[in-house]
Design a protein around this ligand. Structure first.
Ligand code: ADP
Ligand code: MG
Length: 311
């Protein structure tokens, strides 16, 4: 009854955690990200949407030191981020990957410990090989890692090998690993890709819980319902450029966003295949209907099973 989860979005006076200005990323002749500005404030969940190939992951890579932007600057809490991913993690920005990157042959707990090692003085290998040079610090790290596993609901699988987890749990484990570095900002690249509706719902709750712990969130997703439910603010990238940014309601109703997703399907656009299929089915059914109209009224069975799920 006394929770504050439904608090309004962070006030505009809240501290700016991430400040990306004029970020451009070119690969040879291709400009994957074009002059993008984006801020994330403390306490916010910001969404980044856009069709496949829009430049979302490339933008993340520019934010996290994997790519050095061709132009532009990225600041975290007023400091320019160093162009090395481990230094970005050190600075307080953690991320997950669109293509899961776990150590498959390590246990669930060990994977979280790997994420933790930037915050401990003891070396990673010493920790994993359990060298005698540490004891207390290792115990503290394990305790913290177990807390995180409890937080994401995987404590009971701490000793399982990562590769034996179902897909949805691997995605959660990636989040736990990212959280292990004690970030002030977490970037999630398609955290619900491949998840069923229940898992997606649970991930939503998890992201709210992360925000409630004081960690700002920037999340890329294709699932519009998920994004509009979750985010205080949403920015839409199309062909590398920021098309619009606003509240969920503003972005959701924007015709250009709808057009980018549905109106002008281009190669690889999410839903383009379904749109084409539906259109073909409709055209077919109209033709069939015209023919049938000459006879007695035909039973209409042409509109079923066209709304498959977006994967
Ligand atoms: N390392 C790279 N070298 C060349 N082109 C790349 C590289 N990474 C991404 N791209 C291109 O940049 C564009 C944006 O890709 P990406 O950021 O993965 O899009 P999204 O995540 O929005 O689906 C695509 O055309 C992709 O082929
Ligand atoms: Mg991507």
């Amino acid at each position: 009854m006394t929770t504050t989860t439904t608090d309004t979005p962070a006030a505009t006076t809240a501290e700016t955690v991430l400040d990306a200005r004029g970020v451009t990323m070119r690969f040879g002749g291709l400009t994957a990200v074009k002059n993008v500005d984006l801020t994330v404030r403390s306490g916010e969940i910001v969404g980044l949407i856009g069709p496949n190939g829009a430049g979302k992951t490339t933008f993340f890579n520019c934010l996290t030191g994997l790519y050095i932007p061709t132009e532009g600057e990225v600041r975290y809490k007023d400091k320019v981020l160093p162009p090395k991913s481990y230094k970005v993690t050190d600075a307080g920005v953690a991320r997950t990957f669109q293509n899961i990157r776990l150590f498959n042959n390590m246990t669930v707990l060990e994977n979280v410990l790997v994420g933790r090692h930037t915050r401990t003085k003891v070396g990673l290998w010493a920790a994993l090989l359990r060298l005698p040079s540490f004891g207390r610090e290792e115990a503290a790290s394990r305790e913290k890692a177990m807390e995180l596993l409890e937080f994401i609901g995987l404590a009971h699988k701490a000793e399982h090998l990562a590769r034996n987890l179902p897909y949805g749990e691997q995605r959660k484990l990636e989040i736990a690993r990212a959280l292990a570095s004690d970030p002030g900002l977490i970037l999630l690249d398609e955290p619900t890709a491949g998840m069923n509706p229940q898992e997606t719902r649970a991930t939503e709750e998890l992201i709210f819980a992360i925000r409630d712990q004081g960690i700002a969130v920037l999340v890329i997703e294709h699932d519009m319902r998920f994004i509009f439910n979750l985010c205080d603010r949403v920015a839409c990238l199309v062909q590398g450029e920021k098309l619009i940014e606003g509240t969920a309601a503003e972005v959701q109703g924007d015709e250009r966003v709808i057009a980018a997703y549905l109106g002008e399907p281009f190669e690889g656009a999410p839903g383009a295949e379904e749109v084409a299929e539906v259109e073909a089915a409709e055209a077919h059914s109209e033709a069939a209907h015209d023919e049938a109209a000459a006879d007695a009224e035909a039973t209409d069975s042409t509109t079923s099973s066209t709304d498959g799920e977006d994967r």
